[in-house]
Design a protein around this ligand. Structure first.
Ligand code: KIV
Length: 275
């Protein structure tokens, strides 16, 4: 057995079992190279539909397609070994019916080899979540701010900041739990509400703009390493890669213009005769 064979990927039941235990560390990744780095430290890698904004410069996640998710999901699977890889279901690939959701999810799982899918919506998606789970598709829920609904909600605004608005969000959390999701992302929800939901439901909550009390945390990698031009309030910048990339590109451009690159060590000499 090779060393590689001995590394077992985390699974949906492993993540589910972390409720109330050691915090679940999660980041997004869309490429093999970043997946390799993230895999060393994270339990869950999310191939988020935020790739539409991060990789393609789109204004929202709405135009992202299933093919885009599958392509990047495959890349992330190739780059990682240990973390559970979850692939987002993009807008329009699962909302029409539970059957449509199963066909899309099955494609994602077969073509990427990922361990689970994520979809947005609470009560309105509960029947679909149950249908998928009963048919062998592990589902991560996503409640609170659901960016795919931007055209009906109007703006990326935090949810539940007035206590009178808590009820529907709590109902969503209970609905995805009862439907069989193994974990749920809680995005941009007032801190005391995210804390309360974490205490009340039986599955792990993964916060992004939630609460430190959530069972895990997730951020978009490019936001936290300083590559995204604008970031939401809930992002802590753990690196500033933008300026280092710019400095490298600037130096490269100057070297090329000055014919200082490539150097002798970067070019191929002719073979010495007889060798
Ligand atoms: O698409 C994404 O990156 C996400 C996270 C922000 C949770 O859904």
């Amino acid at each position: 057995m090779s060393v590689q064979d001995e590394i077992r990927r985390l699974t949906a039941p492993d993540i589910r079992a972390r409720k109330g235990g050691e915090p679940i560390v999660s980041l997004t990744s869309y490429h093999a190279h970043t997946a390799r780095l993230v895999d060393k430290y994270c339990d869950v890698i999310l191939v988020g539909d935020s790739l539409g904004m991060v990789m393609h410069g789109l204004e929202t996640t709405v135009p992202v397609t299933l093919d885009m998710m599958i392509l990047q999901g495959h890349a992330v699977m190739r780059g990682s070994k240990r973390a559970m890889v979850v692939v987002d279901m993009p807008f329009g690939s699962y909302e029409a019916s539970k059957e449509q959701a199963f066909i899309s999810a099955a494609r994602v799982m077969k073509e990427t080899g990922c361990g689970a899918i994520k979809l947005e919506g609470g009560r309105r998606m509960a029947e679909t979540i149950r249908f998928l789970v009963e048919r062998g598709v592990p589902v991560m829920g996503h409640i609170g701010l659901t960016p795919q609904s931007i055209n009906t909600i109007g703006s990326f605004r935090a949810q539940g900041r007035d206590e009178k608005d808590w009820g529907p969000i709590e109902d969503d959390a209970r609905a995805v739990t009862d439907a069989g999701a193994f974990a749920v992302v809680i995005e941009a929800v007032a801190e005391p509400l995210a804390r309360k939901i974490t205490k009340d439901i039986a599955i792990p909550t993964i916060g992004i703009g939630g609460s430190v009390a959530c069972d895990g945390q997730i951020l978009v990698l490019e936001d936290m390493i300083g590559l995204s031009p604008r970031v939401p309030k809930f992002v802590r910048r753990y690196g500033e890669l933008g300026p280092s990339i710019e400095a490298a590109v600037k130096t490269y451009a100057a070297d090329v213009r000055a014919r200082a690159f490539p150097g002798p060590e970067h070019v191929y000499p002719m073979r010495t005769k007889g060798k």
